[in-house]
Design a protein around this ligand. Structure first.
Ligand SMILES: [Zn+2]
Length: 371
C-alpha cells in the first residue's frame, strides 16, 4: 500500500488532451501493489534534486549552434548581398524609388509604402510610423498635388500609424475587417476608413487604376492585395520578405496554413514587382519562390521532428506529472531538431536566419499539431 513505502515505478501510455491535440505521453507514476521495495526518494534524479527550480539545466542533446530565443547572440550572421538594397541617405531618412507611370515606393530600408500620382492628386498607400513625417517631403520631390486618398493595407499601427499626421480629410479605403479592428483600437493616429469593401474594390483616379482585393487571413484579417495594373506592381504587406527570413512566427501570422497558401497564391499571380511592406528592396517572383521553398522545407522538418521525438526522454522524473513541463521539454527538442535540419541549407540563403529560425520552428510545430 502507499503508506507501506512499497512502490514500483510503472510507465504507461496516457492520452493527454492539450490545446485540442492528443499526444501519447509516457508518464512515470508510482503504483500501489508491488513486489519491489523502494522509497520515494529513489524516484528523484539526484542530478536535478538540488537544481534551482525554473533555472536552466543541462543543454538538450544535439543542441543547435544557433542561439535559442532569449539568449544573447555575440555576432549576428552577416546580411547576404541578396537581401540588401540601395542605401538610404541618412540625412533624408528615406529613399524614393520610381516604380513607373506615377507610382513610387518610399522606404527607410526597414519599412515600405507607396504613393500614386494622378492628374489632380496623390493616393498614399500606407503611412509607416517609422518615416511618415517624411511622406509629404517624398511626394514633394515629384508632385505638388494634394493627398486625396489613403489606402490601408491592413490595420497594424506600424504600417498606418502615420495616417493622421498626413493631415487633410482624404478618402480612406480599407477592407471591412480593417474597419472593425480600427474601431476596436480607437487610435486617433489611425483614422477610420471612410470607404470599405469585402472582396474587391477598384479605385479609378484620373487615368490611374488600383485594384484592391481580399484573399483571406494570410497575416491578419483585412490584409489586402493592392495591384497597380499599368505598373505591374503588387503590394502585399507582411507575407513575403524579399531576401529575408520572415519576421518572427511568420510575421505573427494568425493562421499559418492561410499564410502559406497566400505565398503560393503570390507565386501564381501575374506581376513584375512586389512591394512587401518591409526590407530594403522590392521583390521578384524568385523571392516568392524561395519563400515557398523555405516554407515547404520547414514544414517537412517540423513534421519529421514531431514524428521522431519521444515525449519525456531526459525529463527530470520529478516533472513527469506536470503536463506543461512534459510538453515544454518535448516541443523544445522538436524545435531543436527542426533548427538543426534547416541550418545547413538555409542559414546563408535568407538574411536573419539566426534571428528567427527558432521562432519559425516553434510556430510550425504548433501549427502542425493544432491547425
Ligand atoms: Zn502587420
Amino acid at each position: 500500500m502507499l503508506n507501506s513505502l512499497n512502490f514500483v515505478t510503472t510507465t504507461w501510455a496516457r492520452s493527454l488532451e492539450i490545446l485540442g491535440h492528443t499526444v501519447r505521453v509516457f508518464m512515470l507514476a508510482s503504483a500501489v501493489a508491488s513486489t519491489f521495495a523502494c522509497t520515494p526518494a529513489a524516484l528523484v534524479d539526484s542530478r536535478d534534486a538540488s537544481s534551482v527550480q525554473g533555472a536552466a539545466g543541462e543543454p538538450y542533446p544535439h543542441m543547435p549552434s544557433i542561439a535559442p530565443i532569449g539568449v544573447r547572440i555575440g555576432k549576428y550572421m552577416d546580411v547576404p548581398a541578396s537581401a540588401q538594397g540601395p542605401a538610404v541617405d541618412p540625412a533624408k531618412g528615406y529613399r524614393l524609388q520610381d516604380l513607373g507611370s506615377g507610382l513610387y515606393m518610399i522606404t527607410d530600408n526597414a519599412y515600405q509604402s507607396m504613393f500614386l500620382v494622378y492628374d489632380s492628386g496623390v493616393v498614399v498607400i500606407d503611412a509607416p510610423t517609422n518615416y511618415s513625417a517624411h511622406i509629404p517631403q517624398a511626394i514633394a520631390e515629384v508632385s505638388d498635388k494634394p493627398i486625396t486618398h489613403i489606402i490601408y493595407s491592413h490595420s497594424h499601427v506600424d504600417h498606418i500609424g502615420g495616417a493622421k499626421g498626413l493631415g487633410g480629410h482624404p478618402v480612406i479605403i480599407a477592407q471591412e475587417e480593417t474597419l472593425r479592428l480600427l474601431k476596436r483600437a480607437a487610435d486617433p493616429n489611425r483614422p477610420l476608413p471612410t470607404v470599405t469593401f469585402s472582396d474587391q474594390y477598384t479605385l479609378h483616379v484620373g487615368n490611374q487604376v488600383l485594384e484592391l482585393s481580399y484573399h483571406g487571413n494570410g497575416h491578419e484579417p483585412g490584409n489586402i492585395f493592392i495591384y497597380a495594373p499599368a505598373q505591374r506592381v503588387l503590394m502585399v504587406v507582411d507575407v513575403v520578405f524579399p531576401g529575408w527570413m520572415p519576421w518572427r512566427r511568420f510575421a505573427v501570422a494568425q493562421d499559418i496554413p492561410g499564410h502559406f497558401a497566400q505565398v503560393e497564391e503570390l507565386r501564381k499571380m501575374d506581376w513584375e514587382t512586389l512591394v512587401s511592406g518591409h526590407v530594403a528592396r522590392t521583390g521578384t517572383h524568385a523571392d516568392v519562390d524561395l519563400q515557398a521553398e523555405f516554407n515547404a522545407d520547414l514544414k517537412q522538418a517540423a513534421a519529421t521532428a514531431l514524428a521522431t521525438t519521444k515525449p519525456g526522454v531526459g525529463l527530470n522524473p520529478l516533472d513527469k506529472a506536470n503536463p506543461w513541463a512534459v510538453f515544454d521539454d518535448y516541443i523544445d527538442r522538436v524545435a531543436a531538431q527542426c533548427v538543426n535540419t534547416l541550418t545547413p541549407k538555409w542559414s546563408t540563403r535568407l538574411a536573419g536566419f539566426d534571428i528567427y529560425i527558432w521562432d519559425q520552428c516553434y510556430a510550425m510545430e504548433q501549427s502542425l499539431r493544432i491547425e
